[in-house]
Design a protein around this ligand. Sequence first.
Ligand SMILES: CC(C)(COP(=O)(O)OP(=O)(O)OC[C@H]1O[C@@H](n2cnc3c(N)ncnc32)[C@H](O)[C@@H]1OP(=O)(O)O)[C@@H](O)C(=O)NCCC(=O)NCCS
Length: 173
Amino acid sequence: METVFESENIKFVNLSEELISSYMEMVNDTERVGRHIGISGPVSLESEREFVSAALENGKTIFSMITRDGDAFIGNIELDPGKDNTAELGIAVRSSMQDKGYGSEAVKKILSYGFEELRLQRVILNVHKDNPRAIHVYEKLGFKKTGESGNSYKMDIFKKEYKEKHEHKNGGD
Ligand SMILES: CC(C)(COP(=O)(O)OP(=O)(O)OC[C@H]1O[C@@H](n2cnc3c(N)ncnc32)[C@H](O)[C@@H]1OP(=O)(O)O)[C@@H](O)C(=O)NCCC(=O)NCCS
């Protein structure tokens, strides 16, 4: 699997058929992953395969994250482009890799990739109100709540805000 870009501890690779069993294990972990990303029922091998092949065919900006030190699967992260140079962020870290700093590092890196390489101006997301860890991570990195819809908050960050918050600090990841 070819690395598209990397941060301090994470390699970002394109989605891969080789990782399908890891994807399934992750999204079918309803309590610690699935329910936070809107997946309630079991995801079948067939539908996961379709998801991967459609994402690859359509050139979607979705990456699998792999540890740099041990080639272990961490999770997936996506920037889904919309209009006006805006994209929607999605991330899932598998339960055994949660709370180790990977999610924060990955979101920071993909924001930098989105603003610099994809020329985005704004990144938006929706997060369930009962997901305090994700809300904490997003706010720590500079996202702000812009509203709410049902049981979710809407959040966003603009390129200018991201640069002001992160770029004076040694430019690292
Ligand atoms: C949300 C998610 C991306 C965060 O990634 P992660 O690697 O687990 O998070 P990190 O280890 O980088 O950071 C966790 C931070 O949240 C804090 N945290 C943990 N549980 C918390 C809680 N219940 N309330 C508030 N903060 C919490 C940690 O202390 C840590 O804070 P710090 O960086 O200031 O020390 C990841 O847990 C995940 O994918 N969860 C399941 C799917 C999901 O929720 N996706 C997002 C949907 S919007």
